[in-house]
Design a protein around this ligand. Structure first.
Ligand SMILES: NC(=O)c1ccc[n+]([C@@H]2O[C@H](COP(=O)([O-])OP(=O)(O)OC[C@H]3O[C@@H](n4cnc5c(N)ncnc54)[C@H](OP(=O)(O)O)[C@@H]3O)[C@@H](O)[C@H]2O)c1
Length: 322
C-alpha cells in the first residue's frame, strides 16, 4: 500500500510517499481502508519532534473509511462498516490499523470527509464548549483563530449555547467566516491589540472564558482578558509553546482558572467518546453544525497540506485522499 513516511524530524519536506506492507489487525484492532485522512496540528508537532513519536513514522491519527478486516476479539465493528475515528496512528496511508474501540459508526447521511472533520476538530470544539467550560446563556467568551478548523466549530457551538462570542482572526476574509459561524464581534489581532479590544467590547468586564489555541503569541494577554473567576483554556500552540506561568498571576481580584486540556483525556471512556462523537455527527447530519472542508489533497501532497495549515492559509478541515 502507499503511505506517507518520515524517517527524521523536520520541515514538511521530510514527508515522503513510500510503499509499505499492508498491516494485519491484531487483537482488538481493525484494518480500515482510508477514504479521508484528517490533517491536524498534532501531526505537525509530531513531525517537528515537539511531541514524542517513534521513527520511522506514518503520520495521521484521524480518518474515515470502511472496515476491511477485524482482529481477534473485536465486537464493536465488522468488515464493511463505514466508520470515522481518531486516536489511531498511520492514517496518511491507503490502509490503517485502528483500535476497534476508537471507531465510530458513520451513517450514510455524512460523507467520509465530513466524518473525518467531525472527529478531532469537532469533538474538541464540543468538549471545550460543553465540558471544559460549559457555556451558558449570558457568558462572554473569546475564541482565538476563530476561522480555523476548531475555531469555526467552537463559534457555532458557543453561539448555540447562548454565549456572546468574540473571535480573533488575522484577516478580514477570515473575520467574515467567523461572523458567519456566529461570532458577535471579531478582532483582527494582526491590526488591533486584542486585549484593548476585549476591554472595549465588554465595557472593561472581561470575558468568562478564553479558548486559546495560539499559545506563545496570545497566552499572556488572554489571561488579562478574563473577568473575575474566569477560565483560560489553553488548548494549543499554533504559534509555539507559551512561556512558563507564574501562578501568582492568577490571584487577587482575577482569581482565575487555567487549564491545558487534551481531547484524548476526555474520551478515554468509549461511552463518552461515542456520546460526544454522536452529538457532533448528529448536529452535522441535521444541518445545525456546519463542517467546513477547506481542501482535500491527494495523499502524495501531504507536505503541501502541512505547509498550508502551519502557514495560516486555511479555514476549516484539511483532508488527504489516498
Ligand atoms: N488540545 C486538544 O486536544 C486539541 C485538539 C485539536 C486541536 N488543538 C489545537 O487547536 C489549534 C487549532 O487546530 P486546527 O487544526 O483547528 O488549526 P487551525 O485553527 O485551522 O489553524 C491554526 C490557526 O491558528 C492561527 N495562528 C495564529 N498564529 C499562528 C502561527 N504563528 N502559526 C500558525 N497558525 C497561527 C491562524 O489563524 P489566524 O490566521 O486567524 O491567526 C491559523 O489559521 C492547534 O493549536 C491545535 O494544536 C488542540
Amino acid at each position: 500500500m502507499k503511505a506517507i513516511v518520515y524517517t527524521e524530524f523536520g520541515g514538511p519536506e521530510v514527508l515522503k510517499l513510500a510503499e509499505r506492507a499492508l498491516p494485519t489487525p491484531g487483537p482488538g484492532q481493525a484494518l480500515v481502508k482510508i477514504a479521508a485522512a484528517g490533517v491536524n496540528f498534532i501531526d505537525i508537532y509530531q513531525r517537528k519532534g515537539m511531541y514524542p513519536v517513534l521513527l520511522p513514522a506514518v503520520p495521521g491519527g484521524e480518518g474515515a473509511g470502511t472496515v476491511e478486516a477485524v482482529g481477534p476479539g473485536v465486537t464493536e465493528v465488522a468488515a464493511g462498516d463505514r466508520v470515522a475515528f481518531f486516536g489511531a496512528a498511520g492514517c496518511y496511508a491507503e490502509y490503517a490499523l485502528a483500535p476497534a474501540d476508537r471507531l465510530v459508526p458513520l451513517t450514510a447521511a455524512l460523507g467520509f470527509e465530513q466524518g473525518a472533520a467531525a472527529m478531532v476538530q469537532g469533538i474538541t470544539a464540543y468538549v471545550l464548549a460543553h465540558v471544559t467550560y460549559p457555556l451558558k446563556p449570558g457568558d462572554r467568551c473569546l475564541v482565538h483563530a476563530a476561522a480555523g478548523g476548531v475555531g469555526l466549530l467552537l463559534c457555532q457551538l458557543a453561539k448555540e449555547a447562548g454565549a456572546f462570542v468574540i473571535g480573533t482572526t488575522s484577516t478580514e476574509e477570515k473575520a467574515a467566516l467567523a461572523r458567519d459561524a456566529g461570532a458577535d464581534e471579531v478582532i483582527l489581532y494582526t491590526q488591533q491589540d486584542f486585549l484593548a479590544e476585549v476591554k472595549r467590547i465588554t465595557g472593561d468586564r472581561g470575558v468568562n472564558v478564553v479558548y486559546d489555541s495560539v499559545g506563545r503569541d496570545t497566552f499572556d494577554r488572554s489571561l488579562e482578558c478574563l473577568a473575575p473567576l474566569g477560565m483560560l483554556v489553553s488548548f494549543g500552540q499554533s504559534s509555539g509553546f507559551p512561556a512558563p506561568l507564574d501562578i501568582q498571576r492568577l490571584g487577587g481580584m482575577r482569581s482565575a482558572f487555567v487549564t491545558r486540556p487534551s481531547v484524548f483525556a476526555y474520551v478515554t471512556d468509549r461511552a463518552k467518546y461515542l456520546a460526544y462523537a454522536g452529538a457532533v455527527l448528529g448536529m452535522a447530519a441535521g444541518g445545525t453544525l456546519r463542517l467546513r472542508i477547506d481542501r482535500a489533497y491527494p495523499l502524495a501532497q501531504a507536505a503541501e497540506a502541512h505547509l498550508a495549515l502551519a502557514g495560516r492559509g486555511t479555514t476549516g478541515k484539511l483532508i488527504l485522499k489516498p
